[in-house]
Design a protein around this ligand. Structure first.
Ligand code: DX5
Ligand code: ZN
Length: 213
């Protein structure tokens, strides 16, 4: 299991220190939550802060867009060369076109599904994706409780990807901890995002390693 700590739970007064700490503690990706105050009722960071994160990080960035105008934000963040950019299927009229655009910029495209969105909604996009991100909380805030229905949903998605695109990874985001990591692994999840679990831990390295099962 790969681990992508969510910077949303970092100490923004000591952002460089926290990014360096999770990278040297052995995280696999750095998860960056971009919220616009419209798609979700919270507002986070833009290109100035994300480029500071990119500069401090020695691991690839995983940018999670929670915004209304996906294409605008993809163009804004593409120069930072993240590994992944993921966008919400609920907020995109032309997801197939946007996937091609992200790929043409040299970035791996990913789609995010909110807790209510079935995996079948992306059946005909799966062949073109590098990753699907399943929300296990409602997007907008760190520190929420894990929604258990993501487990059978990940199991269904995992069966779909095995037939359609075995190279497509499955990531889960929200309320992840040592309490649910085994259940996520058992249904075929490849990467977990963890915000409060990692950053509230006194020993971040130990927290990250407890999820890398
Ligand atoms: C929520 C974000 C998550 C969040 C996870 O909208 O997408 O990445 O920061 O935080 P925890 O792990 O605390 O639920
Ligand atoms: Zn996220």
């Amino acid at each position: 299991m790969k681990v992508a700590p969510s910077v949303l739970s970092a100490d923004f007064g000591n952002l460089q220190r926290d990014i360096e700490e999770i990278c040297s503690a052995g995280c696999d990706l750095v998860h960056v939550d971009v919220m616009d105050g419209h798609f979700v009722p919270n507002l986070t960071i833009g290109p100035v802060v994300v480029s500071a994160i990119a500069k401090a990080a020695t691991k690839p960035l995983d940018i999670h867009l929670m915004v209304q105008n996906n294409t605008f934000f993809v163009e804004l963040f593409a120069p930072l060369k993240p590994e992944y950019i993921s966008f919400h299927i609920e907020e995109e009229k032309h997801p197939h076109r946007l996937i091609q655009k992200i790929r043409s910029l040299g970035i791996k495209p990913a789609i995010v599904l909110n807790p209510h969105t079935p995996p079948e909604s992306i059946e005909f996009l799966l062949a073109d994706l590098d990753m699907v991100l399943l929300m296990s909380v409602n997007p907008g805030f760190g520190g929420q409780s894990f929604i258990d229905s993501v487990i059978p949903k990940a199991k269904r998605l995992s069966a779909m990807r095995d037939t359609i695109n075995p190279n497509c990874l499955i990531e889960v985001d929200g309320g992840v901890s040592d309490k649910n990591i085994q259940a996520l692994k058992d249904v075929g999840v490849d990467i977990v995002v963890a915000g409060s679990y990692v950053f509230n831990h006194t020993d971040k390295k130990q927290a990250i390693q407890s999820l890398q099962i």
